[in-house]
Design a binder for this molecule. Structure first.
Ligand code: FES
Ligand code: FES
Length: 171
């Protein structure tokens, strides 16, 4: 027997909370989170930013995409503590019903948002692409959104909506 101290199970289900500072949509948010808490859980459940969608939680659907320091990441696979001090943008920081982003207007105009479940992630992914490549080809757009699943549109309306913004044709 190694040592004389027996584990009594008293720490099962407990975890230590650690401080983290997130900059979400331009607002500093200081929180205490468990080390295993995902960024998706923190955004939706702690900060009430439910525009970020909870899909597969397996890294396969892309619905949970947010921008971290300008890069699209899957928030269901990211630990909140790893985003300490990062700049995070969710769909709530991109536009609103009263003041939509050109991508949101274009998605509406092209029928690229149907049930809408994939739309926040698609818009954020498209925004990151256009910030990096202002005039992407259709192939660039298709590649950029390849990790974002859409069960409704067949993808072409989404590609057209993004291309229209890149071409300055968005309303
Ligand atoms: S919920 Fe994150 S990839 Fe599906
Ligand atoms: S619009 Fe329904 S999943 Fe894309």
């Amino acid at each position: 027997m190694v040592g004389s101290r027996r584990y009594d199970g008293s720490t099962i289900g407990r975890s230590t909370l650690e401080p983290v500072t997130l900059h979400v949509n331009g607002i500093e948010r200081r929180l205490f989170v468990a080390s295993h808490r995902t960024l998706l859980e923190t955004l939706r459940e702690d900060l009430g930013l439910t525009g970020t969608k909870h899909g597969c939680e397996l890294g396969e659907c892309g619905a949970c995409t947010v921008l971290v320091d300008g890069v699209p990441i899957l928030s269901c696979l990211a630990l909140t503590l790893d985003a300490d001090d990062a700049e995070i943008v969710t769909i709530e920081g991109v536009g609103s019903v009263g003041n939509p982003h050109p991508l949101q207007r274009s998605f509406a105009d092209h029928g690229a948002a149907q049930c809408g479940y994939c739309t926040p992630a698609m818009v954020l992914t498209a925004k990151a692409l256009l910030d990096r490549v202002p005039h992407p080809s259709d192939a660039d757009i298709t590649e950029a959104i390849a990790g974002n699943m859409c069960r409704c549109t067949g993808y072409l309306p989404i590609v057209r909506a993004i291309a229209a913004v890149a071409a300055g044709e968005a309303p």
